[in-house]
Write a protein that binds this ligand. Structure first.
Ligand SMILES: O=C[C@H](O)COP(=O)(O)O
Length: 251
């Protein structure tokens, strides 16, 4: 039985005081030993204060990116070792916005996944196709390639413990969510790809999220699907009430 995981991704939104207000509003409203893992993905600027504010509660904090080296002459980058030292537990990597605007490659994402795991954090590895790829019938082969490349060289145990987020790019922030059946089909491709590369036992353990215009009103439809174990949520995770409503709908 895979434990559901709901992760908010704030992207480049919020000031420090807004970020803290969110965590203060949410952290004590998640019951102890919750049946759902709750994660909030913050800009790097607020990770320290959020990790301190959330310490000892059920709310976990995620970075939205990191570099793949722990230290060195990499101006402007954030070290995974330094992020882990703050008490951060997750790092989102390979989001389509980072691939598109910051030219991240599958190879970068693979190196980041290894660095995050080496620092005892959990990567949330994103994959997803464009509308053109979907219309050309290339979704399954594209997702298979992204997943194989991102996870290459990881051990079975490492893969079993990470999270994959399937986010069709055309559904992100557009209000045009994928149907639950279509999302499940592609999450099934992710699981099959992992089964072929790492074995069925690993594939049965890995948690796969759907992301793209998820909100409290539609999350149950996704969570009812066989291969969907949670959601990576942008817009509907920006406000505490909406984030709590997502958790409430899943528990
Ligand atoms: O990381 C989150 C996704 O990009 C989804 O964003 P959205 O829920 O605003 O569509």
């Amino acid at each position: 039985m895979r434990k559901p995981i709901i992760a908010g991704n704030w992207k480049m939104n919020k000031t420090a005081s807004e970020a803290i207000s969110f965590v203060e509003a949410v952290k004590n409203n998640i019951p102890a030993n919750s049946a759902v893992d709750s994660v909030v993905g913050s800009p790097a600027l607020f990770l320290q204060s959020l990790a301190e504010a959330a310490k000892g509660t059920e709310l976990k904090v995620s970075a939205q990116n990191c570099y793949f080296e722990n230290a060195g002459a990499f101006t402007g980058e954030n070290s995974p070792a330094a992020i882990a030292d703050l008490g951060v537990q997750y790092v989102i990597i390979g989001h389509s916005e980072r691939r598109e605007y910051f030219h991240e490659t599958d190879e970068d994402i693979n190196k980041k996944a290894k660095a995050i795991i080496a620092n005892d954090m959990t990567p949330i590895v994103c994959c997803g196709e464009t509308l053109e790829q979907r219309e050309a019938g290339e979704t399954a082969s594209w997702i298979k390639g992204q997943v194989e490349n991102a996870l290459d060289g990881l051990t079975n145990e490492q893969v079993a413990n990470l999270v994959v987020a399937y986010e069709p790019i055309w559904a992100i922030g557009t209000g045009k969510s994928s149907s639950a059946a279509d999302a499940n089909e592609t999450c099934g491709v992710v699981r099959e790809t992992i089964a072929n590369k790492f074995g069925q036992e690993v594939a049965d353990k890995v948690r796969i999220q759907y992301g793209g215009s998820v909100k409290p009103e539609n999350i149950k439809e996704y969570m009812a699907e066989e291969h969907i174990d949670g959601a990576l949520v942008g817009g509907a995770a920006l406000e505490a009430d909406s984030f709590l409503a997502l958790l409430e709908a899943v528990k």
